[in-house]
Design a protein around this ligand. Structure first.
Ligand code: PAF
Length: 303
């Protein structure tokens, strides 16, 4: 593992790799790494000659100051984890792994003036809830693409809408980069791994798997219930969870949205048959002051 914190150093390193005709895989992260990130890094190590992992908490994608301030920053532990993972990873093609940890000034030497618009795909779910978020993601991802010059970039499906936005970004800026979508990694109890999970209290962490349990039940319901009924049931079930289950005083799920959309267009569907590319359910829920997201596919039930 080679640790770099200067943009110029990264550019020089990848230029050499590119000149040798070798492939580069980029894994963009905001740190506080967990098994989900390691699965992306593992996939990138298998498929490329060189891998670049970036760790950068991107301020311009946070629309909530408190969320930015409280976002876990564990850089030393992250570096150790990657180093250990690389050492243990036998099934790999990559000969080099760079970890890029720029400061905000290094990443954005000039004030950021670019904004991106993604039309209908950002008008649903995360878009209205987090104004400016996807534009901020696009700015940093484009900057990382420019610096790391990857052939492939790796993203987790937990941020399902983010992947659609990045595909649209690539279409707009006409970069030829393969987006490799990696499945959600879950804890044994089903909770989708997320850096934000670290901020949950013990009681909230114990309750949190109810999100995925509810989503799985929704998938089963799709066999005999209408789309709107499934959506309403998920929202009501989570909102009423604390009434049916013993939780410490004041702890409850506050579902922000649960939407069922076409897997490609991300447009909400009214009928199961409207999802010509398959149906996906995406959720955002507040628990213990932490915003958690998750998703499930309905494809198998609807076959
Ligand atoms: O998914 C994330 O962690 C971030 O949105 C990303 C892609 C690293 C950009 O900051």
């Amino acid at each position: 593992m080679i640790h770099i914190d200067k943009a110029l150093e990264l550019q020089q390193a990848v230029e050499k790799v590119r000149n040798e005709g070798k492939t580069i895989g980029l894994v963009p992260t905001m740190g506080a790494l967990h098994e989900g990130h390691l699965s992306l890094i593992g996939r990138a190590l298998q498929q490329n000659d060189t891998v670049v992992v970036s760790i950068f908490v991107n301020p311009i994608q946070f629309n909530n100051k408190e969320d930015l301030e409280k976002y876990p920053r564990t850089i030393e532990a992250d570096l150790q984890l990657i180093e250990q993972y690389e050492r243990d990873c036998v099934d790999r093609k990559a000969q080099a792994l760079y970890v890029f940890t720029p400061t905000v000034a290094e990443m954005y030497p000039q004030p950021v003036t670019d904004t991106y618009h993604f039309g209908a795909i950002e008008e649903v779910m995360e878009g209205p809830q987090r104004p400016g978020h996807f534009s901020g993601v696009a700015v940093v991802v484009r900057r990382l693409f420019d610096l790391a010059q990857p052939h492939r970039a790796y993203f987790g499906q937990k941020d399902y809408q983010q992947i659609a936005v990045i595909r649209e970004l690539l279409r707009q800026i006409k970069y030829d980069i393969d987006i490799v979508e990696c499945p959600i990694v879950r804890a044994d109890d089903g909770l989708a791994l997320s850096s934000r999970n670290a901020r949950l209290s013990a009681a909230a962490r114990q309750a949190a798997p109810a999100i995925y349990d509810t989503l799985q039940q929704a998938v089963e319901m799709a066999e005999y219930e209408e789309v709107d009924d499934v959506k309403q049931w998920v929202m009501e079930t989570l909102a009423a969870y604390h009434q049916m289950n013993p939780l410490p005083d004041g702890l409850c799920f506050e579902p922000e949205y649960f939407e069922i959309v076409d897997a490609l267009t991300l447009q909400p569907i009214g009928q199961w048959a409207d999802a010509s590319n398959g149906a996906v359910g995406c959720i955002a829920v507040w628990l213990d002051g932490v915003r958690l997201i998750d998703m499930v596919r309905f494809d198998e039930t609807l076959k």
